[in-house]
Design a protein around this ligand. Structure first.
Ligand code: ATP
Ligand code: MG
Length: 320
């Protein structure tokens, strides 16, 4: 694994009586994506703001790219890119002009700034609209321009605060591919999201933040294992539910009938169980009308973490 590029120890942040962060410990390595999952108000943006030196922590410590967030903000700012939750695009300027402006602010010569802007406009599929004012762009195009702007300085560490909110499925996948490419080239990406599937696809490790504390961390596989709430939904011919239930029980599954009695819900451990269930039902002469495997969602992760009574005090398996 690459060097440690983000590290926090006991990080706290209070806004008056509101404790936005209540002692956060996270670690991320070069060339990896750390997914920070959490519901509204969990503290994701607050953590991103502290790490990008826009806010000072109340207590605790943190380093980014090896520099201290309290005392070395200038060093950090040279080495990071930030795509904030709220856009920093200037709507009066075109994509190219926005990008050139950032590059010039960062100290590039005009010619280098234009070259960099051209490369990023192409990489983000903004070529056709590159010279129109950004206020005429769709939400997805603005989001892509936002991300392009955070990459002008070739950052060592990139912070993406809910980067795919409001993107259509195609733009979302495009953005995922860009993020994967960046991590592949050694960039550390800290990405906040409320979407477990996004974290699943992109993140090497995940930290789940709830009410300002990390309540679980590890790989997506770790978290799913911990929740264990995958299930198969199967609809069978109306004459056969009892037969299907008996056959499944015989093989160790615990099906329950849903409100519509032809529909069974079967908790499973692994996706291989899907094939076993089909085999069992076919062997029992049941006609399958519909079949689906549902993955745990962020809600399931939360639910399992809190319903087990572990909550914020639950020891994490390993640091993220
Ligand atoms: N400047 C501020 N002044 C007062 N309270 C704040 C401030 N910024 C954040 N908070 C509070 O801190 C908590 C964490 O907010 P934060 O924006 O970090 O959450 P988040 O996880 O990013 O949520 P979202 O998913 O809605 O973006 C919330 O209770 C919020 O109201
Ligand atoms: Mg936020």
């Amino acid at each position: 694994m690459g060097e440690v590029t983000i590290s926090t120890q006991g990080l706290r942040k209070s806004f008056g009586a509101v404790e936005a962060l209540r002692g956060v410990d996270i670690t991320a390595h070069a060339g990896t994506v750390l997914g920070l999952l959490g519901h509204n108000g969990a503290g994701k943006s607050t953590l991103v703001h502290i790490l990008s030196t826009l806010l000072q922590p109340t207590s605790g410590s943190a380093t980014v790219a090896g520099f201290d967030v309290r005392t070395q903000s200038r060093e950090i700012r040279k080495r990071i890119g930030v795509t904030a939750q709220h856009t920093s695009v200037d709507g009066r300027l075109s994509a190219v002009a926005n990008l050139v402006l950032i590059a010039r602010i960062l100290g590039s010569r005009p010619r280098d700034a234009r070259r960099k802007a051209g490369e990023l406009v192409d990489a983000f599929g903004l070529g056709a609209a590159a010279d129109r004012p950004a206020r005429t762009y769709s939400g997805g195009m603005r989001r892509r321009l936002d991300l392009a702007m955070s990459l002008v300085a070739d950052p060592v560490v990139l912070f993406l605060d809910e980067p795919t909110t409001g993107l259509d499925p195609v733009s979302r996948v495009n953005l995922w591919e860009i993020v994967e490419g960046l991590a592949g080239n050694g960039t550390t990406v800290l990405l906040t999201t409320q979407d477990l599937n996004e974290a699943d696809r992109l993140a090497d490790r995940i930290a789940v933040l709830s009410a300002g504390a990390v309540v679980a961390s590890g790989t997506t596989a770790d978290l799913k294992e911990e929740t264990g709430s995958r299930s198969v939904h199967v609809a069978i011919d109306h004459a056969e539910p009892a037969q299907a239930i008996a056959a499944l029980r015989l093989h160790g599954f615990q099906p329950t009938q849903e409100a519509d009695e032809r529909r069974l819900l079967i908790p499973v451990d692994a996706s291989a169980d899907l094939a076993r269930i089909v085999q069992i039902l076919v062997a029992a002469d049941c006609t399958i009308e519909n079949l689906a495997l549902s993955e745990p969602t962020l809600d399931d992760v939360y639910l399992s973490l809190t319903s087990a009574g572990r909550g914020a005090s639950h020891p994490t398996r390993s640091t993220a």
